[in-house]
Design a protein around this ligand. Structure first.
Ligand code: ATP
Ligand code: MG
Ligand code: MG
Length: 352
């Protein structure tokens, strides 16, 4: 009985991204709530878990452990629908599989399968999972059967009770009240401290956006989703290996979008957008699309500069098309501390 159910009761599905699922679970033995992310075992999953395991910081989602798992894909129908039960029969979570999409009729399918298998095997090797140890690999336990089963990696981490920054922003937009800039600067300060730490570890997150910024039980920012993490360009200027998996276009820096080589400054661009979104209520629909396009080109809506002159200046720098013109996370942190000294009372308060 591999997978989740041996040690955990699944409480709910917290998220379903392009590459996996995240479950809220309760450990059957220690009784604590955790989040478990299930991703197809690829080199990206391998990088994700290695980065999480290496990072140890109050503003990064805390990693607990990981283990491999498999699922047999016997028919297309079965492949597309999977149901998981938690310990009790009343607590059944059913979901569509999107991370294991394969279309038998697709002419490209062979290529994809080949890619998948090589991804899986290299990911496995790097994790020290052998064909033998991976009963994992399928009923016959050999690598051929990987064509019929998917290797997954289950990543156990702290459960971030406070939800995502997306919800945080939506909540404040709904309340339609005057923004609490002190609170915004406090949250943004924590995000910047987390990003500075990631960069100081020679890593680039590459997928910073409100969905991937969470709030922990302590109410503090926890940066999550290291699914696109990469090592920084080395000093000889070797390009960063481009990933098949791409981040969200909406927040992506121009150089990442254009698949040019990039460094840690690529994380600063989305942070400019995030800071703006925290400060300014965006309309919906076409107006938002236009405004967002303008913003990505350093054009701010009327009134923003008057309301937030200092922030406007910093955000503009962060949204520079040329990465070299963007400040480092460390510079932003220092400027924040200088221009918006944090209220010590607010610091000790919970954000959520
Ligand atoms: P995407 O395709 O958007 O990149 P993903 O499949 O890579 O998503 P994550 O971003 O890691 O996966 O998680 C998806 C969602 O699950 C998050 O946006 C968040 O809502 C929720 N989630 C992830 N990790 C946690 C956690 N530790 N605690 C609580 N919720 C979480
Ligand atoms: Mg995500
Ligand atoms: Mg992701």
């Amino acid at each position: 009985n591999s997978g989740l159910s041996q040690c955990f009761d699944v409480i709910s599905v917290l998220g379903k991204g392009g590459f996996g699922w995240v479950y809220k679970v309760k450990h059957k033995f220690d009784g604590k709530i955790y989040a478990v992310k299930k991703v197809v075992l690829t080199p990206e999953a391998d990088s994700e878990v290695k980065a999480l395991a290496r990072l140890d910081h109050p503003h990064i989602v805390r990693y607990i452990t990981c283990w491999p798992d498999s699922e047999n894909c016997t028919s297309t129908q079965e492949r597309n629908k999977v149901s998981k039960t938690s310990g009790s029969s009343s607590d059944v979570v059913t979901f569509e599989r999107s991370g294991c999409e394969e279309n038998d009729d697709d002419a490209d399918d062979d290529d994809d399968e080949d890619d998948d298998v090589s991804d899986v095997t290299s990911g496995m090797a790097s994790l020290g999972v052998t064909a033998e140890s991976a009963s994992a690999a399928g009923p016959s336990g050999n690598l051929d059967s990987l064509n019929h089963s998917k290797m997954y990696l289950l990543i156990q981490m702290e459960f971030c009770e406070g939800g995502t920054l997306t919800t945080w922003i939506k909540d404040r937009n709904l309340r339609n009240k005057q923004r609490n800039t002190e609170e915004i600067h406090k949250v943004f300060h924590e995000i910047i401290i987390g990003v500075e730490y990631i960069h100081s570890n020679n890593l680039i997150h590459r997928d910073l956006k409100p969905d991937n910024i969470l709030f922990g039980t302590d109410g503090k920012v926890k940066i999550g989703d290291f699914g696109l993490v990469a090592a920084q360009t080395n000093h000889s200027g070797d390009p960063i290996e481009r990933s098949k998996k791409r981040g969200t276009l909406q927040y992506m820096s121009p150089e990442q979008e254009n698949k040019r080589n990039y460094n840690e400054k690529t994380d600063i661009f989305p942070l400019g957008l995030v800071w703006f979104e925290m400060l300014w209520k965006l309309s919906t629909g076409m107006e938002r699309v236009k405004l967002w396009k303008d913003l990505r080109n350093q054009r701010f809506p009327e009134g923003f500069c008057d309301s937030y002159p200092t922030e406007n200046k910093f955000i503009k720098e962060m949204l520079s098309v040329t990465p070299e013109d963007r400040p480092h996370a460390k510079d932003i942190k220092e400027k924040l501390e200088m221009f918006f000294p944090l209220d010590q009372n607010l610091l000790s308060q919970k954000t959520i």
